[in-house]
Every structure is written in structure tokens, then in C-alpha cells.
Design a binder for this molecule. Structure first.
Ligand SMILES: [Zn+2]
Length: 235
């Protein structure tokens, strides 16, 4: 069992200032009882995300979405004894926990894609560059079910992001359900895996298929063999 006492730190920018905090297991358990039942599962997720997706953090949520502070609009996170606002520290009304972050994806060269990339820029979505290459920073949320890890998490694209790309928010052909939720597992296919593995093994592929559609492919071609593939095996 991992040493659940080692604190995991997360960080984000609030009004341009870097904020860093130690994730509070007991505060998390107040909104997600499974954290108390399975602290080792919680810690495995925290440490896996810190290793592979260090810019993501765990936010307080409600209705499968991050829940902003009622006073100042900043996001909340479990620290210092409660799920509280990262800016004003006021405890909020969160009923769940949701990972918040971006996946960087290499921009494609097709003219249809470049045109949409411009729409994303104009809508304020960020990019990163490494050398000559431009990466789109795709905003995503991954919400824990109450029954974690027995049920799969709910991964969602931002609705405005789908709109800017000219993609539907719900479409079976696009493997998008319930307003931007990514359909990444077949019925009965879920096997417990850490959150970082869901991102690496499912969402990266889902996103690559969406980008193929934006570049001009038909959805049936773009998704062939991409998403509902081999189940994750414990390494
Ligand atoms: Zn606040």
C-alpha cells in the first residue's frame, strides 16, 4: 500500500498568481465517501496525476462539473479541512470531485483544421508551442462517480470548445453523449484503472479521432478501432 500520509501538492494560476496547496484527504472524503473507504485508491490517482499530468488539479464539483465559488467565481479544491475556494478560501457547496486540466494535442496541417484553429484562438482557447510545433490545449474535466473505482469516470469536453471546432455536443457518431461527455468505454468494458490511465489510454485517442473529423474525415473512419479497444491491463 502506498504511504497515504505523504502529502501531494497541486498548483494552478488564480488571477495570474501561482497558488499551491497540499490536497487534504479528509476534506475530499467529506464530499466523496469512497476516499475514506479506499485512501490507497485516492492516493494512487493523486500521485499518478502528479507524475503524468502535473498541471491538472482536483476541484470541487456538482452535477458532474466544477462548481465555482459563489462569492468570487474561482474554483474550489479540498485543502485546509474543507472543499474551499482557492482565492477567498470560503467553504463551498461541492458534492463531488472533478479533475480539471488540459490535454496538449499537436495541431494538424489540413486547411479545414487550420481554419478551426483560428476560431479557437478567437474564442480565447490557449495554445502552447514547442520549437516549430503548435499544440492545442484542450480543456477537459473528469468527474468521479460516487462508486469509484467500480464505475467509470465522466470525462467531458467544454461545450464552447466543441462549438468552436464545429463539433456537435451530443452525437453517437462522434462518440459524444450527454452534452460533451466523451464515450470512451463500451458497456461492461470498464475495469478499475487510475485517472491518469483513463487520460492516456482513452481520452488521448478520443481526441485524436475528433481532430481527424475536424480535418475532414468522416466520423466512422476517424473512430475506427480507436476508442473501444483493448482493456487496460495492470502493469
Ligand atoms: Zn471565493
Amino acid at each position: 500500500m502506498p504511504d497515504a500520509m505523504t502529502p501531494i501538492y497541486q498548483h494552478t494560476l488564480i488571477d495570474g498568481l501561482e497558488r499551491s496547496w497540499a490536497v487534504d484527504d479528509r476534506a475530499a472524503a467529506k464530499v466523496m465517501p469512497w476516499v475514506k473507504r479506499s485512501p490507497e485508491v485516492f492516493h494512487r490517482d493523486l500521485s499518478g496525476m502528479a507524475d503524468y499530468f502535473p498541471h491538472w488539479f482536483l476541484a470541487g464539483g456538482a452535477n458532474e462539473k466544477p462548481l465555482p465559488c459563489q462569492r468570487c467565481g474561482a474554483l474550489q479544491t479540498p485543502f485546509e479541512g474543507a472543499v474551499r475556494c482557492l482565492k477567498c478560501k470560503r467553504p463551498g457547496q461541492a458534492t463531488g470531485l472533478v479533475w480539471v486540466g488540459h490535454l496538449p494535442v499537436l495541431a494538424r496541417p489540413e486547411a479545414a483544421f487550420v481554419a478551426r484553429q483560428q476560431v479557437l484562438r478567437e474564442a480565447g482557447f490557449a495554445e502552447a508551442t514547442a520549437g516549430e510545433a503548435a499544440y492545442l490545449l484542450v480543456p477537459l474535466t473528469v468527474h468521479y462517480p460516487a462508486e469509484w473505482p467500480d464505475l467509470e469516470p465522466v470525462a467531458r469536453y467544454a461545450g464552447r470548445w466543441l462549438d468552436a471546432l464545429g463539433l456537435p455536443r451530443s452525437s453517437a457518431a462522434h462518440h459524444l453523449i450527454q452534452n460533451g461527455r466523451a464515450c470512451i468505454f463500451d458497456w461492461g468494458q470498464w475495469q478499475a484503472m487510475p485517472i491518469h490511465a483513463v487520460l492516456q489510454q482513452r481520452l488521448v485517442n478520443h481526441l485524436a479521432s475528433l481532430f481527424k473529423i475536424v480535418a475532414g474525415q468522416r466520423p466512422a473512419e476517424a473512430f475506427i478501432g480507436r476508442v473501444h479497444s483493448l482493456p487496460w491491463q495492470p502493469g
